[in-house]
Design a binder for this molecule. Structure first.
Ligand code: DWN
Ligand code: SAH
Ligand code: ZN
Length: 405
């Protein structure tokens, strides 16, 4: 552990204590044309904890325009489980909301349901093609980053919001104070800010270090969300566990004193105390586990190669960039990765340049082993690919440790 002098906590200005270095990494979703020889952007993926507000965050931030742009490839609607989830979220908001704002609405998986119900809404989505997909689904979209400036402009034009929602987006925005000032400007007196994101407690419990990448700037806990909210007049009033992406947390915040916090908040804070999640020791243990997983995974893949067995990756996830670049795994160990996303197909992964093929390539013929990068969709994928196992194939996972299914 080293105290980083260059960077201060982006939330409160406190000192950062670095506990994990995942090496030099590319932009995780900058899938490239094969043979493209132009230099790739790189940054040091290192993670630190603030000694004042406890927020866990990256030490270096990648400029937002390098990550979220016209061709940002991720689509929420690409998974049936996510479509169902966002449908449920929308129906819940429709019970009370008359003006619903979403930060990072992507292709409109949630807001299209709100739009079909005829309820007033606005989605912020800086990634051009994703924003157009949402617009085609009937969503009112601003192709823009949400920040204090954009929020003030919206509040002036449309008045206060009942709900501000951000799924898998709040943790993507290094300038969290600007977002929270914007929420303060936009939210009605009894409005709620609903944040769904992956949870540091789960990352530590599963050693899912691949959830750390350029996009995932913050790893939240109830402690750190509470501290960040309080700096901007917001109270944490509820926490709920979610099943999506293999387990996430929903944090609900509201203006201080307007809602009685649910007992679940105190319960989660107590659980975090007990697990030492707000301290540094658990984070240092995590860093040790990550190094062990890297060594195990590289040893396993090298052994399979030496025995002449073929390994293919499944899911060209953002998460896979962290694994491949940290473990220095290239096409010699994983011959290609199959993925259903057209914008990723026939490109190569950032950094290690592993080819990406359509999902149909998986069975042509089946490999001996499939390395499951999209482990957060395991249920759906294993159900669809039952034939692979019948043909003698084996799934290889690295979360929570390197193992075969
Ligand atoms: O927070 C984020 C989450 C929501 O999505 C973003 N920062 C970026 C992105 O992370 P990811 O790329 O790690 O997400 P997923 O959802 O694990 O990506 C799954 C990938 O696997 C997609 O490219 C689609 C693909 N896939 C597939 O090929 N066959 C997915 C399923 C379910 C399938 O059956
Ligand atoms: N909410 C969707 C998409 C998550 S991916 C879901 O949960 O599936 C993150 C999304 O946030 C991307 O579509 C990205 O373009 C968008 N985004 C990133 N920074 C943003 C910002 N400052 N304001 C609004 N959207 C942002
Ligand atoms: Zn801090």
């Amino acid at each position: 552990m080293t105290v980083t002098e260059r960077a201060a906590c982006r939330v409160c200005g406190g000192d950062l204590e670095e506990f994990l270095d995942l090496g030099r990494q590319p932009v995780s979703q900058s899938f490239r044309e094969p043979g493209d020889a132009t230099p790739e952007f790189g940054f040091r993926l290192a993670v630190a904890r603030c000694s004042s507000c406890t927020m866990v965050q990256l030490v270096e931030a990648v400029p937002r325009e390098l990550m979220f742009h016209e061709h940002y490839p991720f689509r929420s609607s690409g998974s049936a489980a996510l479509r169902d989830h966002f449908g449920r979220v929308a129906r819940r908001f429709l019970e009370t909301g008359t003006f619903i704002v979403e930060i990072g609405c992507n292709d409109g998986a949630m807001l299209a349901v709100v739009a079909r119900a005829g309820v007033r809404h606005v989605g912020f989505e800086p990634s051009g093609q994703a924003a157009r997909a949402a617009r085609d689904a009937g969503v009112r979209v601003r192709t823009d980053f949400f920040d204090e400036h954009a929020a003030r402009a919206l509040a002036a034009e449309e008045g206060p919001a009942d709900v501000v929602y951000a799924a898998n987006t709040m943790g993507h925005i290094p300038d969290l104070p600007s977002v929270l000032r914007g929420v303060d400007a936009l939210l009605g007196p009894d409005g709620v800010l609903v944040v769904e994101d992956f949870y540091l407690g789960d990352v530590l419990a599963r050693t899912s270090f691949d959830q750390i990448n350029d996009e995932h700037f913050y790893l939240f806990t109830a402690h750190s969300v509470l501290a960040a909210g309080r700096l901007h007049g917001l109270d944490l009033i509820d926490v709920e566990r979610l099943a999506v992406h293999g387990g996430e947390m929903r944090f609900t915040l509201a203006r201080a004193g307007r809602h009685t916090p649910s007992p679940a908040v105190a319960a989660l804070l107590a659980e975090e105390e007990e697990r030492g999640l707000a301290g540094l020791a658990a984070l240092c243990r995590f860093a040790t586990d990550v190094a062990r997983i890297r060594d195990d995974l590289v040893a396993t893949l090298s052994d399979l190669r030496s025995r002449g067995l073929r390994v293919v990756g499944y899911g060209a996830t953002a998460k896979s960039a962290t694994v491949l670049n940290f473990c220095e795994i290239g096409p010699d160990l994983v011959s290609f990765i199959c993925d259903t996303t057209p914008a990723k197909q026939n490109r190569v992964t950032p950094g290690r340049h592993i080819p990406i093929r359509p999902a149909t390539a998986f069975a042509e013929p089946y490999p001996d082993y499939a390395l499951l990068f999209a482990w957060d969709h395991a249920e759906q994928i294993l159900a669809r690919e039952q034939e692979f196992r019948r043909a003698g194939g084996r799934w290889l996972l690295y979360v929570p440790d390197v193992h075969l299914l």
